[in-house]
Design a protein around this ligand. Structure first.
Ligand code: F6P
Length: 325
């Protein structure tokens, strides 16, 4: 059966570049003579049948915008098999014959289940600032979030140097240190704490700060991933203040990292993946997601999600204390 109408949704935490992907889905479908329906608020929109036609004109001027024009949500109801079965029937009744899901691992798991249980062809586009999906070197939003964090920390560095202070800067990443380690390298941090970091301890951090002090460093930036096991930035900061009487400040960058205009790379990857997802669904493929490996577009089965979450390269995280000398 050839596909005539495709649905597209964004799900989980938003990520800059999602709008570029939506635009590419719609315009590539248009170019192939297919219709696109935008599904609002992720999987919740599937449950509520909240979908409307999207045209190439509806997608003007969104390439450069952060967030997602389709809104996003995390949907508990979709965890129930009977709900997914009903969604399959509703999609068929509406003539939506294939679905593009833009999101992270939770969203891909939902897409995988829907595809296998209902037979609706599904395609995934990696969209999460965490950059923590197996099978792809990059996810939409990571590059933008990284650049946002670096710009913020460059400003913090000015005041840290002026006051000769230690700053703990918390970046996003509940389960992943990708953003933390890449940020630490790119802003010349003195230390980084992240969930996958081996042998991390509070005492180790203190030793690192002390050795910097002995080498004449009076200002330090410590990047902390929000999911670090030593604690979050406030908890670590409190302990450092109490035990070591340090003049220290804590900055949580938070959702600033999720917003803003996508970088060139996030726009390009969103456009590339969006169009490729539609071409493959139109050709009868299903159960895949798109990614990037060594600069090339790759296609992965959704089952790859069961592989371990990629960790930041050890050669990069090990470099942080060396480059902080
Ligand atoms: O998954 C993306 C992400 O930004 C994580 O880095 C962060 O832990 C989480 O979402 C925050 O989610 P919320 O916006 O629901 O607080």
């Amino acid at each position: 059966m050839s596909v005539k109408r495709i649905g597209v949704l964004t799900s989980g935490g938003d990520a800059p570049g999602m709008n570029a992907a939506i635009r590419a889905v719609v315009r590539q479908a248009d170019a192939l003579g297919l219709e696109t329906y935008g599904v609002y608020r992720g999987f919740q929109g599937l449950v509520d049948q909240d979908w409307r036609p999207l045209t190439s004109r509806n997608c003007s001027n969104i390439l450069q915008r952060g967030g997602t024009i389709l809104f996003t949500a995390r949907c508990q109801a979709f965890l129930v098999p009977a709900v997914r079965a009903q969604v399959g029937r509703d999609l068929r009744d509406a003539g939506i014959e294939a679905l593009v899901v833009i999101g992270g691992d939770g969203s891909f798991t939902g897409a995988d289940l829907l595809g296998r249980e209902t037979g609706i062809p599904v395609a995934g586009i990696p969209g999460t600032i965490d950059n923590d999906l197996p099978g792809t070197d990059r996810t939409l939003g990571f590059d933008t979030a990284l650049n946002t964090a670096i710009e913020a920390i460059d400003r913090i560095r000015d005041t840290a140097s002026a006051h000769e202070r230690v700053f703990l800067v918390e970046v996003m990443g509940r389960q992943s240190g990708m953003l933390a380690v890449h940020t630490a390298i790119a802003c010349g941090a003195e230390a980084v704490l992240f969930p996958e970091g081996e042998g991390e301890s509070f005492e180790g951090l203190v030793a690192q700060l002390r050795s910097g002090w002995e080498r004449g460093k009076r200002a330090s930036i410590i990047v902390v991933a929000e999911g670090d096991k030593v604690g979050n930035a406030y908890a670590i900061g409190e302990r450092l203040r109490k035990d070591h009487n340090l003049d220290l400040r804590v900055v949580v960058l938070g959702h600033i990292q999720r917003g803003g205009s996508p970088t060139a790379l996030d726009r390009i990857h969103g456009s590339w993946w969006g169009a490729e997802a539609v071409r493959r669904l139109a050709a009868g493929e299903s159960g895949f997601f798109l990614g990037l490996k060594a600069g090339e577009l790759v296609v992965q089965p959704l089952s790859r999600l069961r592989d371990p979450r990629p960790a930041p390269p050890r050669t990069l995280s090990d470099l942080v204390p060396i480059l902080a000398r």
